[in-house]
Structure formats: C-alpha cells, structure tokens
Design a protein around this ligand. Structure first.
Ligand SMILES: [Zn+2]
Length: 138
C-alpha cells in the first residue's frame, strides 16, 4: 500500500527514538504535563510549516488517552494509540479550519462537546490552520 514519507516518518513520541526532533522546549513541557496529569484544556501550536505542530497535537492526543503511557509518551500499541494513529478513534476529531465546511464542523463540535467520550478517556479536537484562516479573514 502506498504511504507518503510524511506519514511514514511522522514522529510517534515526544522524545527518544522515533520522537519529535528539534522542539525539545515544547515536547519536554507536554511530556511533563502528561506524565504528571497537569494538562490544560487547550493548546495552541504556532510556527512555520513542517515544524511539528500537527505531529505534537497527535502525540498529545495519544498520550492523554493512552492506556499504558511511558514517562508521558504514548505506548503506540494500546487501543487508544492505534485507533488514533488509524484516524478511527471516535473521540478524536481532526478538522481543517480553512476548509469550506469549517463553520458547520465547529457547530457540530459545540453540540457534541458536552457529551462524555464514547471510547477513550478524553475527547480531543485538533483544529488545523486556525491562524492562517484568521489572517485570511481579517
Ligand atoms: Zn497507548
């Protein structure tokens, strides 16, 4: 099956082998917060393309929901980790704020956000391209 390099080499942990490269000031904080259960309800990742914003958000989504986290990193093997990697987790929603249906998606989000998670510990919404969209609209 065809797999893009971008997907194949997307980092799977905050640190260590296969981890995020070159963003230690960010990943070390996220890893610490996951390991010590000190998470905030929302995170804003800012930076140029290709610096790991979406990757960090996905690792964070897994680390929050992982059944067997290792020092704040997701294990990569439990139901939460594998279903999030496969894009099949019912409680993790990825959306592109710059797409045409962004408003409808946010409306759905507002309706369903009050429900408890269906299968995982926490609901996670990864909203891509938020800042780009704000700049375009202003
Ligand atoms: Zn896991």
């Amino acid at each position: 099956m065809h797999q893009t390099l971008y997907r194949k080499y997307r980092p799977r942990t905050f640190d260590g082998e296969g981890g995020v490269v070159g963003q230690e000031h960010v990943t070390s904080v996220l890893q610490y917060e996951c390991a010590h259960d000190k998470l905030s309800h929302a995170y804003l990742f800012c930076g140029p393309r290709g610096t790991g914003k979406t990757s960090c958000a996905k690792i964070l989504a897994k680390a929050i929901n992982c059944e067997h986290p290792v020092n704040g990193n997701p294990c990569g093997e439990c139901y939460a980790c594998t279903s999030i990697d496969a894009g099949a987790a019912p409680d993790v929603t990825e959306m592109d704020a710059a797409s045409n249906n962004g408003v409808d998606t946010i409306r759905d989000l507002r309706e369903e956000i009050s429900f408890t998670p269906a299968a995982l510990k926490k609901r996670v919404y990864i909203v891509d391209e938020v800042v780009n969209e704000l700049i375009v609209d202003s």
